[in-house]
Design a protein around this ligand. Structure first.
Ligand SMILES: [Zn+2]
Length: 259
């Protein structure tokens, strides 16, 4: 994370590029682990902004994906190519094997944590005409070729000390989350309403403060997400919530909150 004074200076000297999309860097400094959370939309904005903020993407240790919506992953192949960089020169001992050299030449792989349903074949269906638009498919092979070492988990996954992805978030509260109604995924010949079961968040237990919940879109509902973060971590206090909160509705005893 940048100190606030640095942030202000960088914004003044070299303003960041804006686009519809989301990406964040989690820097667990004590553990020496850097996690890229989502990858925006275009390489233009993401790679340029990383450079302007002084972030060397080759220092990223892990990637985690909040869910399979393009505004969170579209620049991923380009980002992976920056993260899983191949060293340009290396000297070898005389007893090095061909296999060692081939593995080196492939570049390094990066642990990549996501819910398995991010790879669903998604479609948009016009509510007015019923016309289907798609398919929208994540280029899984491209990601793997670019160095993604996929770890697909529906359960919480420990990214580092006091830091987890939530996996699927139980939707227990009265909150009706921001699920777009015009999305479906295809299973065989069937088009099934897409409730974005792959939605997850990152939870970080910050020493002396409490939990920071870092959402993607929070399609499972931000109240559900924060409650589940407390359950996973065993820490009661939520100190901060950062990230997207899709419009949802909470109805309780005649009182309603709309986001
Ligand atoms: Zn989304």
């Amino acid at each position: 994370m940048l100190k606030s004074s640095d942030t202000v200076k960088r914004f003044t000297d070299k303003p960041l590029l804006a686009e519809h999309g989301f990406s964040a860097l989690v820097d667990l400094r004590d553990a020496g682990i850097r996690i890229l959370w989502d990858a925006g939309v275009t390489r233009i904005a993401l790679l340029e902004n990383a450079e302007r903020m002084g972030i060397d993407l080759a220092t990223v240790d892990k990637i985690a994906l909040s869910h399979g919506h393009y505004d969170h992953y579209a620049a991923m192949t380009d980002v992976l190519e920056k993260i899983a960089v191949r060293p340009s020169v290396r000297e070898w001992d005389a007893d090095a094997t061909i296999e060692e050299m081939e593995n080196w030449a492939k570049g390094r792989s990066v642990p990549f944590i996501a819910h398995p349903h991010v790879f669903r074949e998604r479609w948009k269906i016009s509510e007015r005409t019923g016309k289907k638009y798609g398919p929208i498919i994540i280029p899984r092979e491209d990601w793997e070729a670019a160095g993604a070492d996929l770890i697909l988990s529906e359960e919480p996954y420990r990214l580092g000390p006091g830091c987890w992805t939530t996996g699927a978030v139980p939707r227990l509260s009265l909150e009706s989350a921001g699920i777009p109604t015009n999305l479906a995924y295809r299973k065989g010949d069937e088009f099934i309403p897409d409730y974005l079961e792959d939605d997850q968040a990152i939870v970080i237990n910050v020493r002396g403060k409490g939990l920071v919940v870092l959402s993607g879109c929070a399609h499972s509902g931000i109240v559900n997400t924060a409650n589940y973060a407390r359950e996973i971590s065993g820490v009661d206090k939520v100190w901060g919530i950062i990230g997207g909160v899709s419009p949802g509705t909470i109805e309780r005893g005649g009182y309603s909150v709309r986001g």
